[in-house]
Design a protein around this ligand. Structure first.
Ligand code: NAX
Length: 329
């Protein structure tokens, strides 16, 4: 076992399908590195405590060298106690006939409670990643409770959208995913999100020089990425789980290491007014992370008029979501 102090990672919804896929890579060192011990603090609803105890037993059966401890609880002060990282996965799923606005209202109170518990109990520099949908606005609600913790460290996950876009582009170009860089998601994790291919590179060259089928880029490509979650549900009968967990791993890992030169990562972070996106929205931008683990929004990215309109449309949706929860923030 490493001599490093363990990192405490709180995970909500740990018995759910994303939680189940998420915990093992964390225990195996895929997020914080091969010599960084972790303590997993698994927060679940009382009704799922048995299930999460089963997950704890499976983690034990993995005999992970880096796993210093696993705590299971439905007490959020224990779950978030001294947490260095909080992955907020648990939330109510969208029920039949439920509109997005209903879901936002249903989940709001969960994120008020969790935001308060994080603020009261976690490490003041806790890094929060909201996965549970509608993740941008849930993040905004939790962040509104941040008095002691750093509000800048409340983020939401759009990495799955970035990964989906990169794979579609690599398939089209016949290249490796690793050849694609600077593909960033702008906006909300919703069908209004904009996967900006106009600034992306393939093997260091402008992507649009390599993929010249602009009709495909503007049409089927964007639509496929925006609608991918629905396509997975239609095919699998369940929402994306392993790919979402992997995206949460990458979001968290990339927030704990310097971004390789020339690359960007998509993270929904607090808008500081960059690109005229209304201040305070939790909006996905291209970001880079420095060696101290601080992210910055990449500046100077040029958006053509179509890209601009798409980025603005997603911001408008986030403004209306914020309006819908104005009494909760
Ligand atoms: P599951 O229904 O399988 O699991 C959710 C788990 O959360 C359950 O075990 C439940 O008991 C627990 N839970 C609910 N409320 C809780 C609370 N207040 N405190 C602690 N635990 C609580 O859902 P799963 O498929 O794992 O999805 C989880 C969330 O991720 C959903 O909101 C889903 O919409 C969202 N997603 C977000 C994605 C993204 O890219 N941001 C993509 C995948 C996914 O759709």
């Amino acid at each position: 076992m490493s001599t490093k102090q363990p990192i405490r990672v709180a995970v909500t919804g740990a018995a759910g399908q994303i939680g189940y896929s998420l915990l093992f890579p964390i225990a195996a060192g895929h997020v914080f590195g091969p010599d960084q011990p972790v303590i997993l603090q698994l927060l679940e609803l009382p009704v799922a405590l048995n299930a999460v105890e089963g997950v704890r037993m499976e983690l034990e059966d993995g005999a992970f060298e880096l796993l210093a401890d696993v705590v299971t609880t439905s007490d959020s002060s224990v779950g978030f106690g001294d947490a260095d990282v909080a992955l907020l996965v648990g939330s109510k799923p969208r029920g039949p006939g439920m509109e997005r606005a209903d879901l936002i209202r249903e989940n709001g109170p969960i994120f008020i409670g969790q935001g308060k518990a994080i603020d009261a109990n976690a490490n003041p520099n806790v890094k929060v990643v909201v996965v549970g949908n509608p993740c941008n606005t849930n993040c905004l609600i939790a962040q509104a409770q941040a008095k002691r913790t750093n509000p800048r460290n409340y983020t939401a996950m759009t990495r799955l959208d970035q990964n989906r876009a990169m794979s579609q582009l690599a398939n089209k170009a016949g290249c490796d995913v690793a050849d694609i860089s600077r593909l960033a998601i702008w906006g909300n994790h919703s069908p209004t999100m904009y996967p900006d291919y106009t600034n992306a590179l393939i093997g260091g060259k402008p992507l649009t020089d390599v993929i010249t089928d602009h009709e495909w880029l503007d049409g089927p490509f964007i639509k496929t990425v925006q609608q991918r979650g629905r396509a997975i549900i239609d095919a699998r009968g369940k929402s994306s789980a392993a790919s979402a967990a992997w995206a949460a791993i990458k979001h968290t890992r990339d927030w704990h290491r310097p971004t390789p030169d020339g690359e960007w990562v998509s993270m929904a972070v607090t808008s500081d007014g960059s690109y005229d996106i209304p201040e305070g929205l939790i909006y996905s931008f291209p970001c880079t992370v420095d060696s101290s683990g601080r992210y910055e929004i990449v500046q100077g990215v040029e958006l053509d008029s179509k890209a601009r309109a798409r980025a603005d449309a997603s911001a408008a949706e986030l403004v209306s979501e914020r309006d819908a929860v104005a009494d909760l923030i």
